[in-house]
Write a protein that binds this ligand. Structure first.
Ligand code: HEC
Length: 117
C-alpha cells in the first residue's frame, strides 16, 4: 500500500516538475514580474496548495476539514510554516510556490487554519 502510494507520488511529482517548468518559462516572458506584489493569499493557495490540499493528495491535510488535520494544528503557525517552507515528507518545500516569501507562506498557512472549525 505504502509502496503503491509512493509510486503514484513519484509520477505525480514528475508532473509537478513539468508544470513548474512550463509556468516558469511563461513568467519569464514578462520583463517585469509583479506577481509577488499583486497576488492575494487566496490566489496563492489556489495556485500552489489547492491541488493537494483540496483533496488530501498523498495524505495532505484537507482545507476546511478539521478531522484531516488531526493534531497538526497544535504545532502552531511557526512550526507549520517552517514545514511548508522546507518541505515535509510528500509535501515539496514551499508547496508549489517557489517564489513565495516567508510572509506569504505564513499567510497561506493561516488561511488554511482559518478554514478549520
Ligand atoms: C504536492 C502536494 C502538496 C502541495 C502542492 C502542497 N502540500 Fe502541503 N502537504 C502535503 C502533504 C502530503 C502533507 C502531509 C505531509 C506529512 O505530514 O507527511 C502536507 C502538509 C502540509 C501542512 C501540515 C504540516 C505539518 O507540520 O503537519 C501544511 C501547513 C501545508 N501542507 C501547507 C501547504 C501550503 C501552504 C501549500 C502551498 C504553498 C502546500 N501545503 C502545498 C502535500 C502538498
Amino acid at each position: 500500500m505504502v509502496i503503491f502510494q509512493d509510486y503514484k507520488l513519484y509520477k505525480f511529482l514528475g508532473l509537478i516538475t513539468f508544470l513548474l517548468f512550463v509556468s516558469c518559462s511563461e513568467e519569464n516572458k514578462s520583463p517585469v514580474s509583479t506577481i509577488s506584489e499583486s497576488r492575494t493569499t487566496e490566489e496563492i493557495y489556489t495556485q500552489a496548495c489547492a491541488f493537494c490540499h483540496d483533496r488530501g493528495m498523498a495524505g495532505a491535510p484537507i482545507y476546511a476539514n478539521t478531522f484531516s488535520w488531526g493534531q497538526r494544528v497544535d504545532k502552531g503557525i511557526d512550526t507549520l510554516t517552517y514545514n511548508v517552507k522546507y518541505g515535509l515528507n510528500a509535501m515539496p518545500a514551499m508547496g508549489l510556490c517557489a517564489d513565495c516569501t516567508d510572509e506569504e507562506l505564513r499567510a497561506v498557512v493561516q488561511y488554511m487554519l482559518d478554514s478549520l472549525d
